[in-house]
Design a protein around this ligand. Sequence first.
Ligand SMILES: [Mg+2]
Length: 252
Amino acid sequence: MHATDDIRGWLIDLDGTLVCGGRSMPGAPAFLEACDGRFVIVSNDAEHTPAELADDLQRMGLDIPADRIVLAGAFALDDIAMRRPGARALMLASRSLARHARERGLRPVRARPDIVFLGRDRQFSHAKLMLAVNAVRAGAELVVANPDLVHPGPGGTVVPETGALLAALLACTGPVDYRLVGKPEPILFAAGLALLDLPKRTVAMLGDNPRTDGEGARRFGLRYVEIADGIFPQTQGETACPCETGVMALPA
Ligand SMILES: [Mg+2]
């Protein structure tokens, strides 16, 4: 049982916390109901838009509006569009995020980009790597959606994540500065807190991964509540997530 009586709002991780293997966790709908709207999803997802994810969650029985979902990939593009309106962006990303970039006024290009955006690009290739490496070497700003190397896949397999693609890029460029948006960086936590519009001391992060959710909350100055054995705060009796949880992050 967690001491959560004085928590008025929650930032909530998605994978391994609210959902697992394409299904909602057993206690998730009741927990969200009890939050009475005072929550924001904060996820390192680097492939989907909030609207797409809201649809997926609806199919899993979780009614979460898109404007309560902050995703690392889509938010990174929002952030670029604010900082560098109309920027030329080399997109190593899903079609959804390429569309999201255009909707935010960014200009996806292959040559002479201002920005190299790296998300979970399932079409990652030698040709794209060559474009990205040489753009960064020529001075383009590198923006990386999350540092995660792999996610758990079905049957004990692993699925490469954005950090694995970053490792390939850095192997070619050598050490370069880059802007990292996903947890444990504070940017997503700040975005989620702004949407909640509650004092920081009354908000906690609920997650399953001490290296991303926990470390990020600590750095940002938020309380962290770890979901243990699938049991939500102030609820009892749920079963554990059958997935392995947790992701591996690049060393700092
Ligand atoms: Mg998680």
